[in-house]
Design a protein around this ligand. Structure first.
Ligand code: 7TS
Length: 419
């Protein structure tokens, strides 16, 4: 019974999980008369009270538009917003706040790079290299760009366990490759990709790399300098902050060379009808009123994660994920999708004879929130020959008992569909 040993061999954070759960008001409710078991963290995470309070405080005390006013509130709001930028810089270990662009989220970050850097460096006959396990956010902008300029989208395939075929990557990166775009962690499979190696190999050929870190920042230490990533994007709402705030990290030299994307207020130095002089970094890429309240919440979330310790978070979540996979794989008729050695956050699965949407609905009636669908990763579904999967995804506030409740739900589905 490895599951039991896993449970007994709990990492340090396990002893504090009931205390930690008190920080998340939303977790303490019942749905359909059952205690809520929230296992849809890869879609969006829940928010600790300190994040909710930081945003509330901002709107109660400091709210004003940033970079504009000479009045006290505007100056305080600007300090809060730029303080959040410094907090994010430290979180990913960027060398300068000029490299931190606040946007809506990972999706907007990738679209920005595709529409600026992409348009600059990718031309007819060139190639953009992505992987088979990408979220649509890291496929669609590149496919559109390639179609528009007459370039080719190349795809690194995956093995049956959901890891990348690295030998294929070595083969597919050529003298025509202008950009490599890869997820740090797959949302559908949970695979943690060897992004540092991928980047080193691309750089050996002079090819820059964009890393989609949407599923990595809640679970992994991210050090953009250590990775040597050229671009790194992530979303606040998946890491305990609010929706509508996210980050594009870019190396300063690259960002400086890129044209702006959206035009408007705050991204210019001077405007006349004859000539526009753009602002420097990071303002050049932040046209219009930014989500300053969201940035304040993101800074609070980073502080919160820092207090728990990302290594402790990773170790605890890993034990939950391992326990979940082990119990799931012991159930007859359950097929695990995504069994790579290095995983974080999520476990997808299918059950013989049961559509994932039915699994999701039956689980919901047990109070267990999981996601069922294609997870915005249709090529992954195509690879495994399934229309959709059910997916349990974890955060540090989940417990082993919640995994047990989830497994009870799976057993119930099995019972219903076996008849
Ligand atoms: N990249 C990855 C790897 C993701 O998992 C997601 C969202 C995105 C990009 C897009 O992030 P956004 O914040 O800009 O929307 N993934 C999921 C998911 O797995 N379930 O719902 C959204």
């Amino acid at each position: 019974m490895m599951g039991i040993s896993e449970k007994m061999n709990k990492p340090a954070l396990a002893d504090r999980v009931q205390e930690i759960r008190k920080d998340f008001p939303i977790l303490h409710q019942q749905v359909y008369g059952k205690p809520l078991v929230y296992l849809d963290n890869a879609a969006t995470s829940q928010k600790p009270q300190c994040v909710i309070d930081a945003v509330k405080r901002f709107y109660e005390i400091d709210n004003a538009n940033v970079h504009r006013g000479v009045h006290a509130l505007s100056m305080r709001a600007t300090e809060d917003y730029e303080g959040a930028r410094e907090k994010v810089r430290g979180f990913v270990n960027a060398s300068s706040t000029k490299e931190i662009i606040f946007l809506r989220g990972a999706t907007e970050g990738i679209n920005l790079v595709a529409n600026t850097f992409g348009r600059k460096v990718v031309g007819k006959g060139d190639e953009v290299l992505i992987t088979e396990l990408e979220h649509h956010a890291n496929i669609v902008p590149w496919k559109r760009l390639c179609d528009e300029v007459g370039a080719q989208l190349k795809v690194v395939p995956i093995n049956e366990d959901g890891s990348l075929k690295i030998e294929e990557y070595d083969r597919l990166i050529t003298s025509r490759t202008r950009l490599v775009c890869v997820a740090h962690v797959s949302n559908a499979l949970g695979t943690v990709n060897p992004v540092k190696d991928i980047i080193a190999k691309a750089h050996a050929r002079g090819v820059p790399v964009l890393v989609d870190g949407a599923q990595a920042t809640p679970h992994e230490i991210v050090d953009v300098q250590d990775l040597d990533a050229d671009f790194y994007v992530f979303s606040g709402h998946k890491m305990y902050a609010l929706a509508g705030i996210g980050v594009l990290y870019g190396k300063q030299a690259l960002l400086e060379d890129m044209p702006p994307w959206q035009g408007g207020g705050d991204m210019i130095l001077t405007v006349s009808f004859d000539k526009i002089v753009y602002a420097g970094l990071p303002a050049k890429f932040e046209a219009g009123t930014p989500n300053f309240g969201g940035a304040v919440g993101l800074a609070a979330a980073i502080d919160y994660i820092g207090k728990l310790g990302i290594e402790e978070i990773a170790a605890y979540e890993h034990s939950l994920l391992h326990y979940c996979a082990e119990r799931l794989s012991a159930i007859d008729g359950v097929r695990l999708i995504g069994t790579a050695a290095n995983k974080a956050g999520a476990q997808s699965f299918v059950i013989d004879g049961a559509h994932p949407h039915d699994i999701g609905t039956i689980m919901d009636r047990q109070g267990v929130a999981i996601r069922a669908g294609h997870h915005c990763a249709m090529p992954v579904m195509q690879h495994y020959g399934v229309p959709a999967t059910a997916r349990a995804s974890f955060a540090f506030y989940n417990t082993f008992e919640e995994v047990d409740a989830f497994i009870d739900g799976v057993l119930k589905v099995r019972e219903m569909f076996a008849q």
